[in-house]
Ligand binder design. Structure first.
Ligand SMILES: C[S@@+](CC[C@H](N)C(=O)[O-])C[C@H]1O[C@@H](n2cnc3c(N)ncnc32)[C@H](O)[C@@H]1O
Length: 193
């Protein structure tokens, strides 16, 4: 399947992630992740994006398995809570790309970040969806140390007048610089925070 066919296929899935298909693919293309974990699969839109390049193992965790969910052949769906799964995670399997899109409360996003942090590889990237839409996610995200980028997107989050936003965090300055260059080159709307 080429990228256009892929986009048509996943466009049928209900998701607030649609602004970030190209950005997600760009992150995967740069990082070439061997292990990707997603918290919050819902119908599977972002899981499909993060799996599309087939760079390695991809795990999607959700407390609910929706009817009509689309799980790519090369991804593994885990039914369970992100916090329980963090406890059970094989500590030998370091995560290159983590996508946090589950519980959007401050405590939820903070716990997801903190519980999964020990499992991250050195050059890992963490994506935070809804970083603009949800004040709790934003307030946690802007307090993180190291390098943060925010992709704005265009679709509106309900009637808030805000977009959904995708936060991109890494502790590695080289990775941050390279991603910023890629996002700019592709004209993704960007805020440095
Ligand atoms: C906004 S949706 C995810 C959207 C999805 N990433 C997409 O591409 O459309 C949030 C999902 O997180 C799940 N969720 C909420 N809290 C969770 C938790 N603690 N662990 C795992 N999944 C959780 C919900 O069941 C829901 O399906």
């Amino acid at each position: 399947m080429n990228t256009d066919e892929f986009k048509c296929k996943i466009d049928q899935l209900d998701s607030a992630w649609k602004d970030f298909c190209d950005a997600g693919l760009a992150v995967v293309d740069y990082l070439n992740p061997k292990v990707t974990v997603e918290i919050g699969v819902h119908f599977g839109y972002s899981l499909n994006v993060l799996s599309f390049r087939n760079t390695g193992e991809v795990y999607g965790i959700d407390i609910i398995r929706q009817d009509g969910i689309s799980i790519p052949e090369n991804a593994t769906f885990i039914l369970g809570s992100s916090l329980d799964e963090a406890k059970k995670w094989d500590t030998g399997k370091k995560i290159d790309l983590l996508h946090i899109d589950g519980d959007h409360s401050r405590e939820g996003v903070k716990s997801d970040y903190e519980r999964w942090l020990p499992h991250l590889a050195g050059r890992a990237v963490v994506l935070f969806h809804d970083v603009i839409c949800y004040a709790a996610v934003w307030n946690f995200f802007i307090g993180l140390p190291d390098f943060k980028l925010v992709l704005k997107g265009e679709d509106e989050c309900g009637d808030t007048g805000k977009t959904f936003g995708l936060g991109v965090w890494t502790a590695d300055s080289e990775v941050a610089e390279a991603l910023e260059k890629t996002f700019k080159k592709n004209n993704f709307s960007l805020d440095r925070s």
